[in-house]
Structure formats: structure tokens, C-alpha cells
Write a protein that binds this ligand. Structure first.
Ligand code: SF4
Ligand code: SF4
Length: 511
């Protein structure tokens, strides 16, 4: 067992109101610069919808993530070294600016400086790329609130099965929710393995995936390889940039900007301990539907004395161990199992997980003529929710509807029980027992999901600068490549480049 620590995030989708505050504050912090106007390290997209960039989830087209070859070995979907070498100067699997959107500004000057005239002056849109007047025909969340959904949302790659026929975009029948996205800081990052220059790396101490700006040669293989399309090219510098998980804040024990400013208070940050020796095996799990369990099995119980001892041996400090025990992410992902990863079938083992949205369940009970106080009626309604289980399963469980139904039933039982308690009743524990929760656990989970305070939502231990020397030793102990060309066997196993944080090596998403 080789214990490592990773800072990870969970988002509770029931609470996202699609206000885009997270995106805007992230942009102000990281990409409010020439060359990355089109880039949203954090974006919020309406689902169903084609997302940003357009149809990024269609890996047949974009070739992102990992797949198993005929012998069951993990290989990059974008191809091996030779294919990547041959496409160095002409890579057909890159989104164009049309797939993102053409960033615009407005002729604000015209509003105050226009000469006296009969008509009121207007601020016309102008491309920030060309400086010329332009028409706005696409955006980073074009189907916001399902506007334009009848024309576009049907192209959502998640609407591919037979069941999708029942998804309608007529006003009375439709459903929507918001999906905030950022780099997943994957345990098995395809971007890192695809980089020919060794510029992309995963930090040993907290798992944050960064780009070394000095090493980046602008080959853009990372853009193709990332199935979430969360690496962007800065058109001014020609180098790759990406979400940094706000590492300077994380090192100071503070939450990321998107988390700090989230209006819905739906983001959680905390440590997960994992066994680095099991990452490659988990990512190569044969059946896609088993990937969720395989990834959960990589995570370690920080309360287990054996794990704690191994973590100490790996150089994880005592306050980090304590933070791992108090981690809201560990509670939601592993203890209560209500959070799910986005597209586990990409095999990157993503580390931003989601509590799926529970659309109005009591409405569904009413619509079926059921009794809201009868747990059987409430559970039955989960399969008739406005957001189809199949759709959520495409997003979070590689198509396994049973897992999604299980999570939604847990949330339903919790809601029903806490509703009774709030109304001054004892609370019927039958439904809780059916989903494997005790009354005490239900109250703990409810506190976490509904009323958790700042310090409960963000349990981020500060970095130990005095451990820099130990981290160097850890890097040297690490049986993976630390620079230059990825070594093929390790790439096949999906083990990423691991590197320590160094003050002297520029590391981050900005030039
Ligand atoms: S989500 Fe982030 S860490 Fe994962 S492959 Fe994409 S850029 Fe790399
Ligand atoms: S700030 Fe929070 S509530 Fe608003 S869009 Fe972002 S994640 Fe959703």
C-alpha cells in the first residue's frame, strides 16, 4: 500500500441555481487575460445540452480519455506515441474556436461618445479576437435555462440510447439542471500521459494537476487527451493552461475561488487518501459499470489504524491525516456513497464528484396518486422523476441506472425522514433502514448536505513548507517517471507523472 493524499471536490447538484458566479470569479482570478478570453476553467452548463466545448462528451469524435485495447490494456484513445508524433503538426482531434465560442465585447464607448443623433446609440458586439463587429451566434452555455434547446439539446451525446426518445423539449415536459465543471484533477490523468514534453504533471503532495509553463511546447496533445476538455491553449503564448485548483489558496488552507464564492454553497473540499499502487489496476477495470466501485476501492479509510500508519510512513503529516478524517468529500464519496464521478467510463478516475439532482420527488408521488407519507410510494416515484434515471446514469455511472436509483432513494428517504423530524414528529426509520442509514447517520448526512457551515464544507489543511526536502525524497522514491518523455510501460498502466511542488519551477495555469 502506497498512501497518497489528494484534495478533491464534491458538488451537490440539487443546489446549483446556474448563477455562474463561480465561473465569473474564476475568470476574474485566472483567465482575465489576452489569449484566454474564450477559456472558462470553471464553466456551468445546462443539461441536457451539448456543453462547452460543443459535444465534448463525444469521444468518438474528440478521442479523449483512456480505453482498453484488445488485450485489455489501458491505452490513450488519442493513440500511442507514434500516432501522437505523426499528428504533432496536424492534429485533427482538436476543438476549434467555433466549438468553444467567439469571445465578444461591446462598443461601450459608443454609448457615451456617439455624436448627437436622432436614434439612441447602442453598444454593438465586437469580436475580441479580430476586433471586428460580429454577430453572437454561440456561447459557453448557449442552452442556458434550455433556451434554444429544441434546436440544440437533442445533440447532447448523453441522449443516445433508446430511452432518449422519451426526452422532450416541449415546455410542459422538459427538465433541466446545471452542471458546474472544472478540471477533475484525475488520479489517472490522460493529459499528463499524453504530454510529449513532460510539462503536465500531478503534484505528489495533493494531487493537483498543473502545467509547467517553461516546459510546455504547445503541442496540444493534452487538449485532445483530456476527455473533459479542460485544458486550453493560450493563443497569445501558444502554451497550455488549465484549472490550478487555486493552488496558492489551497496551500494556505483556503478553499478554491469557485467554492468560496458559490452562491448555492454546494461545493465541498477535502482530502481523500488513496492507494497509489491500485490506480492503474482500477482504471483498467474491464467492465465500465464496475469503474465506480473500482475507484471507490482505491480510496482508503483514514480512520483505519493500518492506513494511518502507512500514511505516516509516506510522509503525510499528522494534521493532514486529521483533515482526511474530517473530510466532507470522504463522507459523501465513501462513507455515505451519495456522490458519483462524472463519466467514469473515461477511465481517468476523476476527483470532482457530484451528488445527483433529485427532481421534485413529491410531485411525482402526487402525479401517481400516491401517499407522500408512504415510503413505498415515495421510493416508487424515484423511477418516474422528471430527470430520467437513464440520463443521470449516462453522466455518472457509465449507464448503470441501479446505482443512480440507489443514491436517489437514499436522498429521498433522508428528505422524507428529516421532513417528519422538522415537523416535530419522531420520524419513521423504516425508509432509512431500507437504504442502509441509521437515524444518527441520516442526521449527519442531512447536516452535511443541507446546513453545513463554512468549516464543515471546506476542510483544507495548509501546506507544510518545511517538508519540501521530504517531498523531494518522496519524488525520488516514486517508481514513476518525473520528467521528459513518458515511459511507455507506465503510460500503459496509466500511472501519471508525479512531481513535487517547487517554488523555483513555475507551475500553474498562467503565463
Ligand atoms: S480533467 Fe484535468 S486532470 Fe483530468 S485529464 Fe482533463 S485536464 Fe487532465
Ligand atoms: S456559484 Fe454555485 S450555485 Fe452559482 S452556478 Fe456556480 S456552482 Fe451553481
Amino acid at each position: 500500500m502506497r498512501v497518497m493524499a489528494q484534495i478533491a471536490m464534491v458538488m451537490n447538484l440539487d443546489k446549483c441555481i446556474g448563477c455562474h458566479t463561480c465561473s465569473v470569479t474564476c475568470k476574474q482570478t485566472w483567465t482575465n487575460r489576452t489569449g484566454v478570453e474564450y477559456a472558462w476553467f470553471n464553466n456551468v452548463e445546462t443539461k441536457p445540452g451539448v456543453g462547452y466545448p460543443r459535444r465534448y462528451e463525444d469521444q468518438e469524435q474528440w478521442k479523449g480519455g483512456w480505453m482498453l485495447d484488445k488485450r485489455g490494456r489501458l491505452v490513450l484513445r488519442s493513440g500511442g506515441r507514434i500516432k501522437r508524433l505523426l499528428s504533432l503538426f496536424s492534429n485533427p482531434d482538436l476543438p476549434s474556436i467555433e466549438d468553444y465560442y467567439e469571445p465578444v465585447t461591446y462598443d461601450y464607448d459608443n454609448l457615451v461618445n456617439a455624436p448627437a443623433q436622432k436614434d439612441i446609440p447602442v453598444a454593438r458586439p465586437r469580436s475580441v479576437l479580430t476586433g471586428r463587429p460580429t454577430a453572437i451566434t454561440w456561447g459557453a452555455n448557449w442552452e442556458d435555462g434550455l433556451g434554444g434547446a429544441p434546436e440544440n439539446a437533442g445533440a447532447d451525446p448523453n441522449l443516445s440510447g433508446e430511452w432518449a426518445q422519451k426526452v422532450k423539449f416541449e415546455f410542459e415536459q422538459t427538465f433541466l439542471f446545471h452542471l458546474p465543471r472544472l478540471c477533475e484533477h484525475c488520479l489517472n490523468p490522460a493529459c499528463v500521459s499524453a504530454c510529449p514534453s513532460g510539462a503536465m504533471y500531478k503534484r505528489v503532495e495533493d494531487g493537483i494537476v498543473l502545467v509547467d509553463q517553461d516546459r510546455c511546447r504547445g503541442w496540444r496533445m493534452c487538449v485532445t487527451a483530456c476527455p473533459y476538455k479542460k485544458v486550453y491553449v493560450n493563443h497569445a503564448t501558444g502554451k497550455a493552461e488549465k484549472c490550478t485548483f487555486c493552488f496558492p489558496r489551497i496551500e494556505a488552507g483556503q478553499p478554491t475561488v469557485c467554492s468560496e464564492t458559490c452562491v448555492g454553497r454546494l461545493r465541498y473540499l477535502g482530502l481523500l487518501l488513496y492507494d497509489a499502487d491500485r490506480v492503474g489496476e482500477a482504471a483498467a477495470t474491464p467492465d465500465e459499470k464496475d469503474l465506480l466501485d473500482a475507484q471507490r476501492n482505491v480510496f482508503l479509510d483514514p480512520h483505519d489504524p493500518e492506513v494511518a500508519a502507512a500514511a505516516r510512513e509516506s510522509g503525510i503529516p499528522e494534521d493532514w491525516l486529521d483533515a482526511a478524517r474530517r473530510s466532507p468529500v470522504y463522507a459523501l464519496v465513501s462513507r455515505y456513497k451519495v456522490a458519483l464521478p462524472l463519466h467514469p467510463e473515461y477511465r481517468t478516475l476523476p476527483m470532482v464528484w457530484y451528488v445527483p439532482p433529485l427532481s421534485p420527488v413529491l410531485d411525482a408521488v402526487d402525479a401517481a396518486g400516491g401517499n407522500q407519507d408512504d415510503p413505498d410510494h415515495v421510493f416508487a416515484a424515484v423511477t418516474r422523476l422528471r430527470i430520467p434515471l437513464e440520463y443521470l446514469a449516462e453522466l455518472f455511472t457509465a449507464g448503470d441506472t441501479d446505482v443512480v436509483a440507489g443514491v436517489l432513494m437514499k436522498l429521498t428517504a433522508l428528505r422524507s425522514y428529516m421532513r417528519e423530524r422538522t415537523l416535530g414528529e419522531d420520524g419513521d426509520e423504516t425508509a432509512l433502514k431500507a437504504v442502509g442509514l441509521t437515524a444518527r447517520e441520516a442526521q449527519d448526512l442531512h447536516r452535511l448536505l443541507a446546513v453545513a457551515k463554512y468549516n464543515d464544507r471546506y476542510v483544507v489543511p495548509a501546506a507544510h513548507k518545511e517538508d519540501a526536502a521530504a517531498l523531494t525524497a518522496m519524488e525520488n522514491r516514486c517508481p514513476v517517471e518525473t520528467s521528459g518523455e513518458p515511459e511507455p510501460r507506465k503510460v500503459m498502466l496509466g500511472i501519471p507523472t508525479l512531481r513535487r511542488r517547487t517554488p523555483e519551477a513555475p507551475s500553474g495555469g498562467h503565463a
